[in-house]
Design a protein around this ligand. Structure first.
Ligand code: LMR
Length: 328
């Protein structure tokens, strides 16, 4: 066994965390030889529920679970953390856009940024899941000035997974045949799920699907509005699939990306080659060197159609940023 790493998860008593915590420490993400010291954080009114989560984690007897610490304090939550998964945030309900949550959730990401800056390990990597995750990530990043910007990312992997499933179903193939799916921009209803660069069985997705109108309309709208469709059907937002996407995101970061492929994550737009303004957390095609670093893939071709889609989601992110200017 290697020496333990410390992984912090906020929102520990919530539904996403319940789908996430057990798989996070069972060896399937960090490896069967990598012990994990888990710190779980919850707000004071719910922190007592974590006692039950801790008992269940212990009762799984995972050989890779080193210790479990529970807390309601931000500085303790990130003390010595190598990974911080910021899941905790008020979720949206029916009829809301994710950005409607900014006034409720934004300030807590400022406080978590401060705490990460103060107590996390030097190699800390942060994944923001709580919505609106792009702008919450920007807020946290701005308040952790000592942490390199490329350590921050926000979750667009759930959108990637949704897009892969839709393309596979339409093409009548398995999800494993779908590669190179990039989600550009915001984790919101303006995101652009890039079907033009996606590949199915190694071929361009539009050639395989052969129905541009379905791709431009049904496909894009289904992916953009899938979170809302789940809320309408379940009465509450996605939990198991969101947790699964967080695990996929971290797994993609700690494993080397296959040659020629990429995955979706929202990262700092600073210095990007796609004409997106600096100073945003933006969904891009990404790769990993297998050591936890997520970097942007350059040279992906964008048609005028795609550039028009990027403009829309960029405008929304600029608007969100200006709405939270007092938190930046
Ligand atoms: C999702 O995409 O399912 C989550 O971001 C929850 C939501 O509000 O849609």
């Amino acid at each position: 066994m290697k020496s333990p790493i410390t992984v912090s998860v906020t929102g520990g008593a919530g539904q996403v965390a319940y789908g996430l915590l057990f798989r996070l420490v069972n060896g399937e993400v960090f490896g069967a030889d990598q012990p994990v010291s888990l710190i779980i954080k919850e707000v004071p009114q719910f922190v007592s529920k974590l006692e039950g989560v801790k008992m269940e984690l212990e009762d799984c007897a995972f050989p890779t679970l080193h210790t479990v610490t529970i807390t309601d304090n931000d500085e303790d939550a990130f003390r010595g953390a190598n990974w911080a998964l910021l899941v905790g945030a008020a979720p949206r309900g029916p009829g809301m856009e994710r950005k409607d949550l900014l006034t409720m959730n934004g300030a807590s990401f400022r406080d978590q940024g401060h705490a990460i800056n103060k107590t996390a390990a030097d190699d800390i990597r942060i994944v923001v899941v709580g919505n609106p995750c792009n702008t919450n990530c920007l807020i946290a990043m701005r308040h952790a000035p000592d942490v390199p910007r490329d350590r921050f990312s926000a979750l667009t992997r759930l959108d990637q997974n949704r897009a892969m499933a839709q393309l596979a179903q339409k093409a009548g193939v398995q999800v494993a045949d779908v590669t190179n799916v990039a989600i550009w921009g915001n984790h919101s209803s303006t995101q652009y799920p890039d079907f033009e660069n996606a590949r199915i069985g190694g071929k361009p997705a539009p050639d395989v699907i052969g129905d541009r109108s379905w791709l431009e309309n049904t496909f894009i709208e289904t992916v953009q509005k899938r979170g809302a469709a789940i809320i309408a059907a379940r009465g509450t937002s996605s939990a198991a699939s969101a947790a699964n996407a967080v695990l996929d995101h971290v797994r993609s970061a700690v494993n080397k990306t296959k040659s020629g492929d990429w995955f979706s994550a929202a990262i700092s737009s600073d210095g990007n080659p796609y004409g997106v303004p600096d100073g945003l957390i933006y969904g891009f095609p990404c790769r990993s060197d297998g050591k936890g670093d997520i970097s942007l893939v350059e040279g992906v071709e964008l048609t005028d159609y795609a550039k028009g889609k990027l403009d829309i989601t960029t405008q929304e992110l600029l608007g969100e940023r200006s709405d939270v200017s007092e938190l930046l």
